[in-house]
Design a protein. Structure first.
Length: 283
């Protein structure tokens, strides 16, 4: 089973659509997120919650590949639905692989979940969605709030609305960059916002390339057909793996000292990126 921070593509599936759960796994996504928040209308949240809890009470890993994870996105803890979500998790004792916390604005919210999910639920990993100006300001503290936080996620749609900004690359570049810094400082994975244009694979691939270059490690998906392009974007190519292996070998042969590689100086900090490529390839 994988670490949440190593996932490349994470697919949302509405928590009130159990007929789609198995099909979601068949897409090959590294992680499946059964959604109790945005994908479920308010009147249907109680039924969706019961459905998801029942699913995790059973053999929820049945049908998953060894590396695949399955978790859920709850509602924000400051809402009545969010309180009921946490109560249902605690009272049922179910232990999904991870819980994605939406609209996180403080380290306190993360620690509240950590305090209540103990014992047999202590192994549940956390992902924190940053979707507001306050959350962006507290991103560093949120990233380091608890060892179970394994990823941050950029909630660009809600953040754009909160910042009174256009939902476009340039207006949100600062927000993305802040999260790159926070995630990297804590050694976390970093998920990008889902691409909303479902029928524009070229734009999805281009956006994946841009956020990967910025420092993101994965991207959220809202439709099964988005999974393959995202996996392709965040999976090292054979050429990238070969070059990374040669870089690491060159530095090792030089005893860790700076060495020339393909006409450029190669030093320890530069090799860190190559080591990440090899770690992902081994996965």
């Amino acid at each position: 089973m994988s670490d949440l921070s190593h996932c490349r593509a994470l697919l949302f599936t509405p928590g009130n659509r159990p007929d789609r759960f198995a099909r979601a796994a068949a897409t090959g996504a590294d992680a499946l997120i059964l959604d109790l928040e945005d994908a479920v209308a308010a009147p249907a949240k109680d039924d969706a919650r019961a459905t998801v809890v029942a699913h995790f009470r059973g053999d929820f890993r049945g049908g998953l590949a060894p590396h695949q994870l399955k978790g859920l996105r709850v509602n924000n803890i400051h809402t009545s639905a969010g309180v009921r979500d946490l109560d249902a998790l605690v009272s049922s004792g179910v232990a999904p692989d991870f819980v994605l916390l939406p609209k996180v604005e403080s380290a306190f919210e993360v620690r509240l979940y950590a305090r209540h999910l103990e014992g047999g639920q202590a192994g549940i990993a956390f992902g924190c969605l940053i979707e507001s100006a306050r959350g962006l300001e507290a991103a560093m503290e949120i990233a380091q709030a608890d060892p179970r936080v394994r990823v941050l996620a950029f909630g660009g749609v809600d953040l754009a609305a909160d910042l009174r900004a256009e939902l476009a690359w340039e207006p949100l570049l600062y927000g993305r960059s802040r999260l790159v810094q926070a995630a990297a400082s804590a050694g976390l994975g970093l998920l990008d916002v889902p691409h909303l244009a479902l029928d524009d694979e070229a734009a999805l691939a281009a956006e994946c390339a841009r956020v990967k270059a910025l420092g993101f490690t994965s991207k959220l998906a809202i439709h099964p057909k988005q999974v393959a392009p995202i996996l392709a974007a965040f999976t090292p190519t054979a050429a990238e793996i070969d070059r990374a292996a040669r870089m690491v070998a060159a530095l090792e042969q030089a005893g860790g000292n700076a060495v020339e590689f393909e006409g450029k100086m190669l030093e320890g900090p530069v090799v860190k990126a190559a080591q990440r490529v090899l770690a992902l390839a081994r996965r």
